[in-house]
Design a protein around this ligand. Sequence first.
Ligand code: TYD
Ligand code: MG
Length: 458
Amino acid sequence: MAKKPSSLFVCQECGAVVPKWAGKCEACGAWNSMVEEAQREEVPKGLSGGKGRKIEFVGLEGSSAPLPRLTTAIGELDRVCGGGLVPGSCLLVGGDPGIGKSTLLLQAAAALASQASVAYISGEEAVDQVRMRASRLGHAKAAVALASATSLRDILASLDGPEAPQVVVIDSIQTVYADNIESAPGTVSQVRACAAELIRLAKRRGFILFLVGHVTKDGQIAGPRVLEHMVDTVLYFEGDRGHQFRILRTTKNRFGATDEIGVFEMTDRGLSEVPNPSALFLAERRGNVSGSCVFAGMEGTRPMLVEIQALVAPSSLSSPRRAVVGWDTNRLSMLLAVLDARCGLALSGNDVYLNVAGGLRITEPAADLAVAAALVSSASDVPVPADMVVFGEIGLSGEVRAVAQADTRLKEAAKLGFAQALVPSRPRKDKGAGGGAGSLAIRSIGHLQDVLGLFRHE
Ligand code: TYD
Ligand code: MG
């Protein structure tokens, strides 16, 4: 009989378990993320033999009270949580180190403290450090119960009781350790076990639990992905550290819609909300420059206007450069191929750089037409009019396809003072389509070829 392996290798990114070390995880493709961990028993002792109680089944119909929600004073945070925090729910806040997770949660904790009892447990910073941050944020007087702790046993003992707080922040889950598990803090088995215990307690006591999770590139500690299935809501804090904008994005929410984003600005007094992101993203735009085009996009339910910048320059390399920030590289390759094959605009001898200004990441196909306009404009050195917004999806034969929520996009553009819009010719039938964009001159086009006509010879 084969000898039972005494340890296993666990991917710190996705939690996949394999018996042999490998440089690349077969399950999620992460490199150098395998860490040896002591094997855990598959079935806890005493469970398989015992007799269970019969569970009771009920119908789908029935009355349940609408969810009571606790709103923070931070509107952008409430928005991504689906309109406030649900008691007993668990939220995971992930993001790169230094992006602003602790700052956001300290601000949220301070804001919530006026209406609920809040505990903030930091495993990363000493009490004094958190106090210093609080005074910098102007929240030194907030009634937040603060502690610096990392032992799960201590944390559970302090939170379990009739006087349990209504909101608990654990910053971060990777620093918490359970002393009955052999692996080091931050490994998959530790992170999973600690989170499971904390979530179980949150459900039992009905408190709102925030777990902070660092995203790691080198796989030394377990990423938040291994916890995504356990929590109710997953929020990722993203943004470029070189930019002051921070985007809080919902990727999972059992109590609301996903794809919502909250926009913040990092200032010297913490994170401040950005109620009108379009105006901010367009603030530094210079008019009448070739290669710049304003895309009227949607983020969740909210329209968002951003500037797309392209630079097409002759290349001396045998395989010219393609550099993309904020958009999908494959999508750019597709657009360049369509421009070449369907419109006769060959850019294969040119370096192409594409940038979404402000550090936003766009995933919508509706940005195709705006990117194409920026590319054509840069290649021919004819500016796209500064008062024009563009949106539309482009198909492989070069046809410009209609996109959803055209009306909302146009309304936002009109509100920000734009005068013309370049849009797909056949608008998709949206529910509730109506006026509001009346002041815009609409230019509809059916094929990418028409874009070349617009921004080429003047
Ligand atoms: P932090 O919340 O500590 O990040 P995380 O918890 O995600 O690791 O944010 C740290 C960064 O934010 C740090 O580089 C300094 C900056 N910052 C400000 O610019 N202004 C502020 O008021 C605060 C508190 C932090
Ligand atoms: Mg932190």
